[in-house]
Design a protein around this ligand. Structure first.
Ligand SMILES: O=P(O)(O)OP(=O)(O)OP(=O)(O)OC[C@H]1O[C@@H](n2cnc3c(O)ncnc32)[C@H](O)[C@@H]1O
Ligand SMILES: [Mg+2]
Length: 225
């Protein structure tokens, strides 16, 4: 399709890229750059925002994703952070954490807790270039304090942690079972995951924003003539 806005997604994760192609590819010309940018220790919001600032060269976005267990107050999160009754409660299950203890280890963390509920979330940061403050989009699964809604367009959805089920292709997909679904993310068709997932919920907001931005630009061009 000609004339689609270009978007550069900075990520080192091919599964995230694949899902983003599915979610955004029809609307935007999605390009990717595998640049290993430093990730600050902090909430998912802070990680995505600061990473996006570093990446800003052309219209660009980055994304940080995570999994938090309710029984242990949003952990596994960035190791150095505890739980706060604010954005940091949505701490991310970092790559090294997952690689380190594995899926079985993650499931084990909840042994002895009755509450197996968990939250999957995705934070997108988008910027139009250097010096412009990233705009944040948050797609997740549960409700947040009202002040956060203005920042993050929160959606509601929960899941639970179960024994690994389905192909071990993408991160913690085999142990996260969204409420209302028969199986884990990993056991469902990719097309289904991509219509209900935390990533989908964040991308919908990004897409709405970009479409409005495009419309505005078009109108400005018309006014100038
Ligand atoms: O370069 P970036 O985009 O940061 O890629 P990453 O692999 O570091 O990705 P994240 O920091 O967002 O994610 C941290 C971990 O969570 C995993 N993950 C991300 N999105 C996921 C999803 O939708 N389902 C399952 N696991 C996911 C991912 O594989 C990592 O191990
Ligand atoms: Mg990362």
């Amino acid at each position: 399709m000609e004339g689609r806005q270009k978007l550069l997604f900075v990520t080192g994760n091919k599964n995230k890229l694949e899902e983003m192609q599915f979610l955004l590819g029809g609307h935007f010309q999605l390009e990717s750059a595998n640049i290993d940018l430093p990730e600050l220790q902090g909430s998912s919001f802070e990680i995505a925002r600061e990473k996006c600032k570093k990446a800003a060269e052309i219209a660009i976005y980055v994304e940080d994703t995570g999994l938090g267990f309710n029984a242990i107050k949003g952990l596994p999160g960035p190791y150095t952070h505890g739980y706060r009754e604010d954005l940091s409660s949505v701490a991310s299950c970092s790559k090294w954490f997952l690689d380190g203890i594995g899926l079985e280890g993650l499931v084990k963390m909840l042994e002895g807790y009755e509450d197996k509920s968990a939250e999957a979330y995705c934070t997108i940061a988008y910027t139009t270039g250097p010096g412009s403050e990233p705009i944040m989009f948050f797609g997740s699964v549960k409700s947040y304090p009202i002040w956060m809604e203005t920042l993050s367009f929160t959606t509601r959805n929960q899941g639970s942690i179960v024994n690994p089920e389905g192909p071990r292709k993408f991160g913690w997909d085999p142990i996260f079972k969204p409420d209302g679904q028969d199986g884990t993310y990993a056991s469902m068709d990719a097309a289904i995951k991509n219509t209900i997932s935390h990533r989908h919920n964040a991308v919908v907001k990004l897409r709405e924003y970009l479409e409005k931005e495009q419309e505005l630009r078009k109108n400005l061009c018309v006014t100038k003539q």
